[in-house]
Design a protein around this ligand. Structure first.
Ligand code: URA
Length: 433
């Protein structure tokens, strides 16, 4: 077999075989196939596409390019959740303890933020002392003993994806449904869970800007999950506005805790209940309505909050910072941004809000940038809300006064106000199973 023949075949729009795809992915991962041929392969795939079978073979080849976590020593059905990324998306911090407190083990590996989207690991690390780097033995022991562990990805999970994603980033080949689906699902499948709930975001703050593209991505990922023998469901959720009111690491932990205390963040609560209920459903707990009720009960009776406190303590964090979130890192500079007109919030461009938060110090432009855990934005209004001139729209949090002007410059283009009432759009936009 030759890499060139595989590239030419795809360039001509022909279907590749499982063996050809495996040959190419293995060859690229071990260095036998150079970047220039992999770039050509990616571009050919971008233009000619892959069908469902090829996409599954690509995912399997990427999944088996490295370690596959074995969670079989943990009793019960392990359900993972993945979000395609957004602004203010702190759902893992809420959902993982809810699901664990309902008796379904959560062995979750998460990533860091890059660009305008945040990452669960950065959020957790804003809790004083919290360790996200766990050895495989410690990770599994925690799940066995307290039902939950959330850690950064360790070891050699899907190394083909790591190399290919970096190459896609610089060759204009990120935005292809097959390539995105194989990238996400290879990592999810390598993480060893029995079932997967996918939160596919749609809108200005998401990868997929239109409902149709998001539904196509969801369908492709769910088919891959089924093809790999895992129960998989995708929930389509709105990311045209940020999720919840807080953007930024410690601020998001604080908001997640509020939801677990049964307060605040109605939109965040709604999405979390839906995702957690679907995780319980895939774990075979009960029908979906009864699962929703179990989730709400776990919030109301505080078992989910207590589970978060237990996890924080087990991973070296200060549990008092969860009981009293004013003990989380606090920004030294807080600036109120006031509305100069009255009306109704019409649009909140999620990506721009994510960028403004990054400017304040909450995110990374490059993967080695150091983040400020206390930085970010607290939104005081959301789309549909009435606002009077002079009322606060948002509070900017930072440790660096110099960043405020630049962040405000971006913020001013992120929010539009209408003179007439604006309807509130639904958050849960569909389900693919
Ligand atoms: N997230 C991933 O992990 N991979 C992609 O290709 C896109 C988003």
């Amino acid at each position: 077999m030759f890499a060139l023949d595989i590239i030419v075949k795809k360039r001509n729009g022909e279907k590749l075989t499982k063996e050809e795809i495996k040959y190419f992915i293995d060859g690229y991962t071990n260095g036998g196939i150079p970047d220039y041929q992999a770039s050509a392969f990616l571009m050919a795939t971008y233009f000619k596409g892959m069908d469902a079978e090829e996409t599954l073979w690509l995912t399997e080849a990427m999944l088996h390019s490295g370690d596959v976590v074995d969670l079989s020593c943990i009793p019960g059905i392990k359900v993972d959740k993945h979000s395609t990324g957004g602004v203010g998306d702190k759902t893992t911090l809420v959902i993982a303890p809810i699901v664990a407190s309902c008796g379904v083990p959560v062995a979750k590996m998460s990533g860091r933020g890059l660009g305008h989207t945040g990452g669960t690991i950065d959020k957790l690390e804003s809790i004083p002392g919290f360790r996200t780097s766990l050895s495989p033995t410690e990770f599994i022991a925690n799940v066995k003993e307290i039902g939950i562990a959330v850690a950064g990805q360790t070891g050699n999970l899907a190394p083909a994806d790591k190399k290919l994603y970096a190459l896609r980033d610089v060759t204009g080949t990120v935005e292809d449904v097959s390539l995105i689906a194989a990238s996400i699902m290879s990592k999810k499948l390598a993480s060893g869970s029995d079932a997967i709930v996918l939160d596919v975001k749609i809108g200005s703050g998401a990868f997929m800007k239109s409902f149709e593209d998001a539904r196509k991505l969801a369908r492709t990922m769910v088919d891959i999950g089924h093809g790999a023998g895992k129960k998989t469901i995708a929930i389509l959720t709105d990311m045209d506005r940020p999720l919840g009111n807080n953007i930024g690491n410690a601020l998001e932990v604080s908001e997640a805790v509020e939801v677990l205390k049964g307060k605040g963040g109605d939109d965040l609560r709604e999405v979390c209940i839906e995702l957690a209920a679907n995780m319980l459903f895939l774990a075979g707990k009960c029908d979906i309505e009864a699962c929703r009720k179990q989730v709400i009960d776990a919030i109301d009776n505080r078992t989910a909050l207590n589970k978060l406190i237990q996890m924080v303590e087990r991973q070296g964090g200060d549990p008092k910072a969860i009981e009293d979130t004013t003990r989380l890192p606090q920004a030294s500079v807080k600036v109120e941004w006031k509305s100069d007109m009255s009306g109704y919030i019409e649009k909140m461009h999620a990506e721009k809000l994510g960028i403004a938060s990054l400017i304040l110090g909450a995110g990374r432009k490059n993967k080695d940038d150091v983040i400020d855990p206390s930085a970010g934005i607290v939104l005081c209004k959301k789309p549909g809300d009435k606002v009077e001139a002079g009322q606060t729209l948002a509070i900017l949090h930072t440790s660096d006064n110099e960043r405020v002007m630049e962040a405000l410059y971006v913020l001013k283009t992120a929010i539009s106000i209408s003179k007439t009432p604006v309807p509130r759009n639904p958050l849960i936009l569909g389900k693919v199973q």
